[in-house]
Design a protein around this ligand. Structure first.
Ligand code: SF4
Length: 513
């Protein structure tokens, strides 16, 4: 029980005698029912670390144990929050939306506006039209958005609700209340793809449904689509670099400010791409996507329907940022500014400083397809060996070949393995059978660390258990220095840990690394 004069958190609370007693009794009860046989548990535990189990685990197809991806509407919600005065609206069950909100809020440590029309049993049988009619009017009346971006959960998709028809029906019956609000919509069935597919579907829908008036091409205007970007500092950095090349380079879907508001009066909508800028995106000279595999469908709209120049860049690490900067220079016809050249020189210098520590380190890494392409490229630049590259939501086409081309630049490429479609339970087997020096990934690597003792360097999404990392950039030359800081210092922490035993390993104790 809590003592009012001395409130303690969960770390200390469950060490109190009354809780210890409960836990002991529970164990005894379960043990006496035959649920716990410590010898058997130990035996199975050991077996799950073997090559035999690994083969079975890697052959597993029908079930995901520990996913390294989220579901489609989560990505759709991120897109919506990248636009000015826009409310994400999820047609489907309320529990899903509670999950999206908490997932983002735990990562960004900020509130996440998002509504649902709370479909329940009757809607699952008769369809969710009534929910949509009430939901859109309520959302508009309560939160006064300029745009409502509608996506779907599994439930609405399983019963086949037709968003386009439902929204027309809802507008017809709204007595004019919805006439002045934009309502783009995207079907985001979660049994296909992942959060990046949802991002793509929603971005494509917003562009197609809102940016419709093609006039003359604005030769100075360039759109930048950031993709599913969990590092707010990256958005800031990309905008900073873009501004050096022109004032009309506009980020489409800029969620930086929404998840980085200051203390004081709460604002429901913060920042975001201006609706006017969104409407004008069809008339830009070109669009650059920073996450090729988070914008596959969007690319088709831009290339085929808008007939616009479409480029992809991945500004992570040295060569990735070089390519982005050179692309901006090419599209704008401007020289690369001196400031960027200096930033580049500083990154190269920092890479030289850290190279001896990263070189030769075996790394297991997981995450989204574009994150992995950028990060693995950087690891190879630093001489590290990406031994296991796990991409649960790997696209079927091209991604693996693109990753292999990056790994082939390593002089130890034969030690680098790509694992498309595998989850973190599969990675556990890989770590036991072919160990690495470090893991790079999200919060869910914490369990893998406890199991395998492989040190975890937290880079990715989501990161719930460390603060403020999302505020930094991992893109651009400055972002490269942040990556170096996180990775090299992770390696040095481990080195210190391994050289602290008195008269055994402490001969390598050193206050200068
Ligand atoms: S997978 Fe389906 S049921 Fe689960 S949170 Fe996503 S939309 Fe909801």
């Amino acid at each position: 029980m809590q003592d009012l004069d001395n409130i303690v958190n969960g770390q200390k609370l469950f060490l109190k005698p009354e809780y210890q007693e409960v836990l002991k009794n529970k164990k005894e009860f379960e043990g006496s029912m035959g649920a716990i046989n410590p010898a058997k548990v130990e035996e199975i535990q050991k077996w799950t670390e073997s090559w035999d189990y690994r083969e079975k685990n890697l052959a597993r197809e029908a079930i995901t144990v520990n996913p390294a991806k989220a579901c489609q509407p989560l990505g759709a919600v991120m897109v919506a929050l990248g636009f000015e005065n826009t409310m994400p609206y999820v047609h489907g069950s309320h529990g899903c939306v509670a999950y999206f909100r908490t997932y983002f809020t735990r990562h960004f440590k900020e509130p996440t506006p998002c509504v649902s029309d709370s479909m329940s049993e009757s809607a699952a049988v008769f369809g969710g039209l009534a929910n949509m009619k009430d939901g859109l009017r309520n959302c508009n009346a309560l939160y006064k958005p300029e745009m409502i971006a509608v996506s779907t959960t599994c439930m609405a998709e399983v019963i086949g609700d037709d968003l386009g028809a439902f929204i027309i029906g809802a507008k017809d019956e709204a007595e004019g209340e919805l006439d002045n609000v934009l309502i783009p919509n995207a079907h985001t069935p979660s049994f296909v793809g992942s959060h990046i597919t949802g991002y793509d579907n929603m971005m494509k829908s917003i562009l197609e449904q809102v940016s419709t008036e093609k006039t003359t091409v604005d030769e100075e205007r360039i759109n930048i689509i950031p993709g599913f970007e969990p590092y707010l500092g990256s958005l800031k950095e990309i905008k900073k670099i873009s501004k050096m090349f022109g004032d009309k380079i506009v980020m489409i879907g800029d969620h930086e400010e929404q998840w980085d508001t200051g203390a004081g009066e709460y604002k429901l909508y913060a920042g975001g791409t201006k609706i006017e800028d969104l409407k004008g995106s069809i008339n830009a000279k070109a669009t650059i996507s920073l996450q090729k595999y988070s914008s596959i469908a969007t690319a088709k709209t831009i290339k085929n329907k808008w007939k616009q120049t479409y480029e992809t860049c991945n500004p992570i690490g040295l060569s990735g940022t070089d390519a982005f900067v050179m692309k901006l220079a090419e599209l704008t016809g401007k020289e690369i500014p001196e400031e960027l050249k200096q930033q580049r020189a500083r990154l190269v210098d920092a890479m030289q400083d850290s190279y001896p520590y990263m070189h030769g380190k075996k790394i297991a890494i997981w995450g989204d397809p574009d994150f992995l392409l950028g990060m693995v490229s950087f690891l190879v630049e630093m001489g590290a060996i990406p031994t296991h590259v796990v991409c649960h939501n790997a696209p079927r086409k091209n991604w693996e070949a693109e990753m292999r081309a990056i790994l082939d630049k390593s002089n130890r490429s034969d030690e680098c393995n790509i694992w498309p479609g595998k989850d973190l339970w599969a990675l556990r087997s890989l770590l036991f059978t072919e160990p690495v020096d470090f893991m790079i990934g999200n919060v869910y690597g914490k369990e893998l660390y406890r199991d395998t003792k492989t040190p975890l360097i937290r880079i990715g999404f989501p990161i719930f258990d460390r603060h403020h990392l999302h505020r930094y950039s991992m893109s651009g030359y400055e972002g490269g220095i942040n990556l170096l800081t996180w990775i090299t210092n992770g390696i040095l922490d481990q080195l210190d840990e391994e050289t602290k035993d008195i008269a055994e390993t402490d001969y390598f104790f050193d206050s200068v690394r």
